[in-house]
Design a protein around this ligand. Structure first.
Ligand SMILES: [Zn+2]
Length: 92
């Protein structure tokens, strides 16, 4: 089996929508994958900030921001998201 290296975008897509809590339309809380803490993702103008290490120190668009954007865009257009995108397998 080949080792698959996930891009940052793909890792963002792996954050489940239920791990994202909307505090208000420009402020979200994303539970970390160990479930013990989380990160605040806040809209600033046209972009987003996050208080995780990746974003603050490496200045990249981190997986939390990707996840919030995916949740917002998926939410308004398709109630079946994320299953319709094939990101998660629907329960059998
Ligand atoms: Zn982040």
């Amino acid at each position: 089996m080949a080792t698959q290296v996930l891009t940052r975008k793909q890792r963002g897509d792996r954050i489940a929508p239920e791990d994202i809590t909307e505090l208000n339309p420009s402020s979200y809380f994303v539970k970390s994958q160990n479930g013990k803490s989380g990160y605040a993702v806040t809209r600033v103008g046209q972009s987003w900030t996050c208080d995780c290490f990746d974003h603050k120190f490496r200045r990249v668009k981190c997986k939390h921001i990707h996840a919030v954007e995916a949740k917002i865009s998926g939410h308004s257009t398709d109630p079946a998201w994320p299953f319709s995108l094939g990101l998660w397998e629907a329960p059998k």
